[in-house]
Ligand binder design. Structure first.
Ligand code: SF4
Length: 229
């Protein structure tokens, strides 16, 4: 994060005579502006992507989340926490996506009050198209690999800090979770007391709790899995 701030500082705001505190305030403000602008561009992309299927950006976000999360986190409640939207918006989105045949509801085997939301084949195809959007990936690919890694690391750190400050759930993947163990080529979750498939360890989990030992390591960049389904 510090490197990113310095880079922005040197490039856009600081002259050698500027006061450090003024500089730092401008940098923070500028970072917020940058993130907001990138967010707006992503929303506009999502609007375009959803157009063909008559979907709003929030519907595309729901589908993307369901493609990324693990089998314990595909519930309406987790969706509402991850996207930071109300339960009402979640249930309206679920109705729209269900009516369009993009998701289906499945009752939990152990707790019948819990409903899991699964992508249908059509839903998977819509997400695949969204992830295959080359404009975004090509733009990122044009940056040198080292710079991409550094940005991912810095933004992950920022996300971790913001998550802590907002007392929000961390929603990470197994390898950065304090409950995760890997022994004799077997993956398992200490919290849920279950073995895990290798593919599950790269999925987002609502039970994730960032391991202190991993919070400051380079593994924090793996806090989220971007693989398409
Ligand atoms: S190890 Fe952590 S992230 Fe993985 S399934 Fe268990 S609680 Fe979730």
């Amino acid at each position: 994060m510090e490197r990113l701030v310095k880079l922005v500082c040197i490039r856009y705001y600081c002259c050698p005579f500027a006061q450090e505190t003024v500089c730092s305030m401008k940098n923070s403000q500028y970072l917020v502006e940058l993130i907001e602008r990138i967010g707006n561009l992503l929303r506009s992309e999502e609007r375009e992507l959803g157009k063909a299927d008559g979907l709003q950006p929030v519907h595309v976000q729901v589908l993307e989340y369901l493609a990324l999360c693990n089998r314990f986190s595909n519930t309406p409640l987790s969706l509402s926490h991850y996207l930071g939207i109300s339960k009402g918006t979640v249930s309206q989105s679920v109705i729209v996506l269900e009516n369009k045949g993009l998701i289906e509801k499945v009752q939990d085997n152990n707790d019948r009050r819990v409903v899991h939301l699964l992508l249908t084949d059509r839903g998977k195809q819509v997400v695949k198209n969204a992830f295959a959007n080359e404009q975004w990936s090509n733009t990122c690919e044009r940056l040198p690999a080292q710079q991409r890694e550094r940005m991912a690391e810095d933004l992950s750190q920022l996300l971790i800090e913001l998550t802590r400050q907002h007392n929000a759930q961390s929603f990470g993947v197994c390898r950065t979770c304090e409950h995760f163990t890997y022994e004799d080529s077997n993956y398992s979750c200490g919290l849920l007391q279950i073995p895990l498939e290798a593919s599950e360890t790269a999925k987002l989990c609502h039970e994730h709790s960032l391991a202190d030992s991993k919070a400051d390591s380079t593994e924090k960049t793996e806090n989220r899995c971007y693989d398409a389904p």
